[in-house]
Design a binder for this molecule. Sequence first.
Ligand code: CO
Length: 279
Amino acid sequence: MSARLPTRITRGVPTSDGAGVRLTRLMGGDPRMPSVDPFLMLDYFDSPDASDYLAGFPPHPHRGFETVTYMLDGRMRHKDNHGHEGVIETGGVQWMTAGRGIIHSEMPEQTEGLMRGFQLWVNLPAKLKMQAPAYQEHPAATMPIEAREGGVAVKVIAGSTSRGAKGPITVEATGARYFDLTLPDDATFDEPLPAEDAGFVVVHAGAIVFPDGRTVDALGLAELGAGDAVRFTATRGPARVLFIAGKPIREPVAWHGPFVMNTRDELVQAFEDYQAGRF
Ligand code: CO
């Protein structure tokens, strides 16, 4: 199989969102940042200091895509305007299909200690943008951890591995796969990745090296180029890495703030519907 090498390696940039929550933006929101259709945006939050996150994300709308919140540490309470409410616990995930519209808040449940995790935005094709909102929510205990040679552990959040471990989340629109990998020093992750799928990896602890010798260290993102497999090795110690892949949508993207549609007219309609209380 031919290994897919990085086409671009970028580093996250500090930003803030919601009511002043400090974040590292790894994808989206800036032409200098990568974008990997169907993935729109990726934020990483990581703070031991409650003052960085306590204000949380007060009520805000979404339309036309999916948000995926994966908690590495700490807990996040979410509540929407349709009566849906819950807490994402440490190691758990919420895959929210905003569809035609929700208004929700995302607030840290804790008042002290480490808060760490990711939020990914995944686009929807035109025919699914206006579907009813839906949730897939799963605690850590529901996610298989596939043990591989060399001590590699593959936590499967969404989709399936080539060896058959299946995560609790299925994503029909884009066939997205979302794995959280733990690699001991010098251990290699090797996984088929169909040529037609887009994919990227994000290092969140340690460092990895690709077959061409390029390294990516913590809070680096590598977009994967052509080929039919992904392969990299932990270097200089153990590493933690997200592997995320899916089918490109290849449609025009009209994106403003929390609305991601296909045309400018649809964005205007989204604002009108939101302001008129139709979400
Ligand atoms: Co939100």
